[in-house]
Design a protein around this ligand. Structure first.
Ligand code: ADP
Ligand code: ZN
Length: 623
C-alpha cells in the first residue's frame, strides 16, 4: 500500500509549495516514521522540490539521505543516486525496500536479466530511486538510458571524492560535470560529511554547482563521547575500554597495518571479545562474509584497516576505537562518525604510538606528489596530533578545526570529565635536545636517556659520553619519563627518527625550543579511576528498562536472521530503547515512536506488543 505513495503524491504543476511540503511531511511520517524534519532537511527538500541545485554539508548521521529520497519520491521521474561503493548501495536499497519505497541499484554484480528489468522499470518511471557508481553512470549505455527516462533529480553522495583537497579523491568523480552539461534542467544535490572550506569550493567548481544553494549543518555529534587515551595506552587500554563500557556491543577498531589488524583481532578473541579481522589482504568472499556477520550480527567487534568503513551503513555501531593515529582530522572525524548514527550514546576512543606519527610522516615525504600538497598533508597531520595532545575540550578543538565555535566546553569528552594538566616541560625538553646535539645526533632514545641520567654503561664509556656536558644532568625525571619526553618531541616534530638506525635528528623546531623561542608543554598522564557500575552501563539511558531492551534485541536478531537482513533494518537501537522506556500497550501509542512508520507497524506491532505484555507479566509476578 505504501508502495504507491510516491506516485499518488506526484506534483501537479499547480500545487503550491506549501501543499508540496505538507505532502513531504506526510511521507516523512507514514513511510519513514519520523515526526519532524531535522534542521536543514526541510530547507533542502524544499529547494530541490523547487528544482534548484544544492550543496549539503552535514555530519554523518545528520540525515542526508532523506534530503534527496523525499524529493525523489515526490517529483516526477526517477532520482539517480551516485554513490562510490557497491556495498553501501545494497544496504540503502535494502532499507528503502523494507519501508516500501521503490528503490533499486544498477551494477555489474547483478545478473543481466535483472539489470534489464531495472532499466525497463526506470524508463517507465516505475522507480523512485536508482543507485549507481559514477563509473557506471558515465558509461555510454547508461548515459543513453538516462536521456531516455524521466528524471527527478541527481544526488551525488560522498561529493568530497571529486576534490583533491578532500581526503578521499576518486578520479572517476571528475567526470560527473557532464550532468551539469547534458541534464541542465534536472536539479542536482551534492552531499558530503567532511569538507573544509577549500574542499567545498572545489566541489562547487568541479561539479559546476555555481548557482546551488549551500547548506552547512553543524559538525557536532553530541551523542558521541570523545576520549583520546593518548600515546601508548596500547591494546590493553583498548581491552579495558571495551570491557568497562562496551561488553557485548558492536564496534570498530581501526589499525594502521594488516599485521596489527590480525594480531589485535586474535588477541581480543583470546580475551573473550567477539572480534573479527578485516583488511584488503583477505579474499573478497571472506571480506564480504565478515562484513555481513558484522552488519547482521549484534555485538561483533570489527578490527580493520581503513579499507573498512566507506561501505558500512550500520547505524548501531556503539563505539569506534583507534589503535593507531589516522592521517588527519578529517579521517578521524569520518571514522569516529561511524559510531552512533542512530543518535543513541556512542564512544570514540583512541590511542596511538610514536611509530604511527613517524610512519605517516614518511608516507607523506616519500609520496609522489607536489611539495605544496605535501605541505598541506603535514599541516593536517600536525593538527590531529595537536588534537590528541590537547588539554582543552576535545569537542571544542574538533569543531574549531571545521570552523565552528562551541562557546562552552562540552561536558561529554575525556578532558571535560577529567581535566588534565598541561605540564611546562620547556627546560627538560632543552636538556633532552641538547643531549642529542652534544652526542652528534647519532643515537636513539635509550642511550640518550642513559647519558642524561649519568649511567655508567659500556656504550657511554666507548663513546666517551661521560665527558659531554649533558652527562648526568637529568635527575629531575626518571628513565620512563625521559623516554616519554623523547617520544613527545618526535610527535611534536622537534626530532626526526632516522629510518634505518632509530637515531634522533634535530629539526628547525628543536633549535627554536633550545633557544627558548618556543616552549614545550605536555599533557600530564591521567590514570582514570575505575568506573563505578553505574557509569559502566552508561550506554543505556536511565529510563530504559534494560531487561525489556535485551528481550527486544533478542527478538530483533531472530527476526533479522529469518529475513536475512541486518537487525537495524527491522528497528534501530534508538527505536527499541524508546519502546523499552515508554512500554506502549496499544498499536496507536506504538506508532508514535520515532522510526515506526506504517509498514513497520503492520509487520511488527503484534510481536512487539506481545513482548511488552509478556515482560510486564513476568516482572509483576516475580515482584
Ligand atoms: P547520513 O547519510 O547523513 O549519515 P542518514 O540519512 O543515514 O544519515 O540518517 C541517519 C539516521 O537518522 C538514520 O537512522 C535516520 O533514520 C535518522 N533520521 C533521519 N532523518 C530523521 C528525522 N527527521 N527524524 C528522526 N530521525 C531521522
Ligand atoms: Zn569536552
Amino acid at each position: 500500500m505504501v508502495l504507491s505513495l510516491g506516485r499518488q503524491m506526484q506534483l501537479a504543476d499547480t500545487q503550491s509549495s506549501g501543499e508540496i511540503m505538507r505532502h513531504a511531511e506526510t511521507l516523512l511520517r507514514q513511510v519513514f516514521g519520523h515526526e519532524e524534519f531535522r534542521p536543514l532537511q526541510r530547507d533542502i527538500v524544499q529547494t530541490l522540490l523547487a528544482g534548484r541545485d544544492v550543496l549539503a554539508v552535514m555530519p554523518t548521521g545528520g540525515g542526508k539521505s532523506l534530503c534527496y529520497q523525499l524529493p525523489a519520491m515526490l517529483r516526477d521521474g526517477v532520482g539517480i543516486v551516485v554513490s562510490p561503493l557497491i556495498a553501501l548501495m545494497e544496504d540503502q536499497v535494502l532499507a528503502l525496500r523494507a519501508l516500501g519505497v521503490r528503490a533499486a541499484f544498477l551494477n555489474s554484480t547483478l545478473p543481466w536479466d535483472e539489470q534489464a528489468a531495472i532499466e525497463h522499470a526506470a524508463r517507465n518511471g516505475d522507480l523512485d530511486l536508482l543507485y549507481m557508481a559514477p563509473e557506471r553512470l558515465l558509461g555510454e549505455r547508461t548515459l543513453a538510458l538516462l536521456q531516455d527516462m524521466p528524471l527527478a533529480l541527481f544526488a551525488i553522495d560522498e561529493a568530497h571524492c571529486v576534490s583533491q583537497w578532500g581526503h578521499d579523491f576518486r578520479p572517476e568523480y571528475r567526470g560527473l560535470h557532464v550532468l551539469a552539461e547534458s541534464f541542465s534542467e534536472v536539479p542536482r544535490i551534492a552531499l558530503t560529511a567532511t569538507a573544509d572550506e577549500r574542499t567545498r569550493r572545489d566541489i562547487i567548481e568541479q561539479l559546476q554547482l555555481h548557482d546551488a544553494d549551500v547548506f552547512i549543518a553543524s559538525f557536532d555529534r553530541p551523542n558521541i563521547h570523545y576520549a583520546i587515551a593518548g600515546e601508548g595506552a596500547g591494546k590493553t587500554g583498548l581491552l579495558r575500554f571495551i570491557e568497562e563500557k562496551h561488553a557485548g556491543n558492536s564496534g570498530i577498531v581501526y589499525c594502521l597495518s594488516r599485521r596489527q589488524v590480525d594480531e589485535t583481532a586474535e588477541w581480543l578473541r583470546g580475551k573473550g571479545v567477539d572480534a573479527l579481522a578485516y583488511h584488503a589482504g583477505l579474499p573478497a568472499h571472506e571480506r564480504a562474509a565478515r562484513q555481513k556477520r558484522f552488519t547482521h550480527g549484534d555485538g561483533v567487534v570489527m578490527v580493520a584497516t581503513i579499507a573498512f568503513g566507506m561501505g558500512i551503513d550500520k547505524p548501531d555501531v556503539r563505539f569506534v576505537a583507534h589503535l593507531a593515529l589516522p592521517r588527519n582530522i578529517e579521517s578521524y572525524y569520518q571514522e569516529t562518525g561511524r559510531a552512533g548514527r542512530d543518535g543513541a550514546t556512542a564512544d570514540a576512543w583512541m590511542t596511538y604510538s610514536m611509530r604511527d606519527v613517524v610512519l605517516h610522516r614518511r608516507f607523506i615525504d616519500e609520496a609522489d606528489s607536489p611539495e605544496e600538497h605535501k605541505r598541506i598533508q603535514r599541516a593536517k597531520l600536525d593538527a590531529l596530533v595537536a588534537l590528541a595532545e590537547t588539554t582543552q575540550c576535545r569537542r571544542q578543538a574538533l569543531l574549531a578545526y571545521f570552523g565552528e565555535d562551541l562557546p562552552e566546553p562540552c561536558g561529554n569528552c575525556d578532558n571535560c570529565a577529567n581535566p588534565p594538566q598541561a605540564l611546562d616541560m620547556s627546560v627538560p625538553a632543552q636538556k633532552a635536545l641538547s643531549c642529542v646535539y652534544r652526542t652528534g645526533a647519532r643515537f636513539g632514545a635509550a642511550h640518550l636517556v642513559d647519558v642524561l641520567l649519568g649511567r655508567d654503561t659500556e656504550k657511554v664509556r666507548r663513546f666517551g659520553h661521560d665527558r659531554v656536558s649533558t652527562f648526568g644532568i637529568g635527575g629531575e625525571l626518571n628513565a620512563s619519563d625521559w623516554r616519554r619526553l623523547y617520544r613527545q618531541l618526535v610527535i611534536a616534530g622537534a626530532l626526526r627518527v632516522d629510518d634505518e638506525h632509530g637515531a634522533l635528528h634535530l629539526t628547525e623546531k628543536a633549535w627554536s625550543i633550545m633557544r627558548g623561542d618556543e616552549g614545550f608543554t605536555m599533557r600530564q598522564r591521567v590514570r582514570p579511576a575505575r568506573r563505578s557500575r553505574r557509569e559502566r552501563s552508561a550506554a543505556l539511558p536511565e529510563d530504559v528498562d534494560a531487561a525489556l531492551f535485551a528481550r527486544l534485541k533478542e527478538w530483533r536478531l531472530r527476526e533479522a536472521r529469518e529475513q536475512g537482513v541486518p537487525p537495524y533494518v527491522i528497528f534501530h537501537d534508538s527505536t527499541l530503547m524508546d519502546i523499552a522506556a515508554l512500554k506502549p500497550v496499544t498499536r496507536q501509542s506504538l506508532s508514535t515512536i520515532d522510526g515506526i512508520g506504517e509498514r513497520k507497524l503492520e509487520h511488527y506491532a503484534e510481536a512487539v506488543l506481545a513482548i511488552i505484555r509478556d515482560h510486564a507479566q513476568g516482572t509483576s509476578t516475580s515482584a
